[in-house]
Design a protein around this ligand. Structure first.
Ligand SMILES: Nc1ncnc2c1ncn2[C@@H]1O[C@H](COP(=O)(O)OP(=O)(O)O)[C@@H](O)[C@H]1O
Ligand SMILES: [Mg+2]
Length: 222
């Protein structure tokens, strides 16, 4: 059993996450609760996944959340939920770039909610989402596993801008060679090609003596 205070604290983290538009399974939300503690440099409490599932199922009973449209295992905030919040045209936040904390699902679902609330067309949403997933994947694969800074911005309702910054993990040349990165027979830089194709502007910039990478991308909205 967790204390009442801890239970309330976790409930509040879940409410906040849901109000930001993230969608996922109980396991994803469990990971994002841990992510929240790590982002705030707080000691991660010992909790089990079924605690998260129980809280989400309580929310479900009260109609604060519903099941995802495509995946019934997923939880999504309902529009009449008391913790439903209007999302603005500027969404700036941090994630922890560790693969086991479901960062891709976090960024993807939060971004889709953001774009929908800003009335972006489904075609644009699809393209932005695919390209952004490549960027998050890279920030997890090549980042140091700590904070990744993300900003989604819609300028004048017409121009979507994405920025993503991560510290770069110590470079392991042998691993890169083994992966075939320097072999001409393997298609290289697929992610970058996808992002260049789907965004109108795309730059991958090295900062701070090559210790940080920054993605800067833009897309004109239809
Ligand atoms: N966020 C990032 N941080 C550090 N390096 C990156 C980042 N994104 C891309 N890179 C570098 O650019 C290369 C090309 O990325 P990408 O086209 O996605 O190919 P892949 O991920 O398959 O290697 C990567 O191999 C990596 O060296
Ligand atoms: Mg990649």
């Amino acid at each position: 059993m967790v204390s009442k205070d801890l239970h309330t604290e976790i409930e509040n983290i879940l409410k906040k996450s849901l109000s930001l538009g993230v969608v996922g399974s109980a396991k994803d939300f469990y990971n994002w609760v841990i992510m929240d503690y790590e982002l705030n440099s707080k000691k991660v409490p010992l909790i089990e996944e079924n605690l998260i599932e129980n809280i989400l199922n309580d929310f479900l009973k009260q109609s604060f959340v519903t099941h995802g449209t495509f995946d019934p295992n997923e939880y999504i905030i309902s529009e009449n939920s008391p913790f439903y919040k209007k999302i603005s045209s500027n969404d700036h936040y941090y994630i922890i770039g560790k693969a086991n904390l479901s960062p891709i699902q976090y960024v993807r679902s939060r971004q889709i909610s953001f774009l929908n609330q800003n009335n972006v067309s489904q075609d644009d949403i699809e393209e932005i989402s695919i390209a952004t997933t490549e960027a998050v994947e890279n920030s997890v694969k090549y980042g140091d596993g700590e904070k990744v800074e993300i900003s989604n911005f819609i300028e004048n309702g017409k121009n979507f801008k994405l920025t993503m910054v991560n510290k770069i993990k110590e470079f392991d040349l042998q691993t890169e060679i083994d992966r075939g990165k320097y072999s001409s027979s393997i298609t290289l830089m697929r992610g970058v090609l996808v992002m260049e194709k789907l965004f109108d502007k795309f730059d991958l910039i090295l900062l701070d003596n090559n210790t940080q990478a920054m993605v800067q991308a833009e897309k004109k909205l239809k």
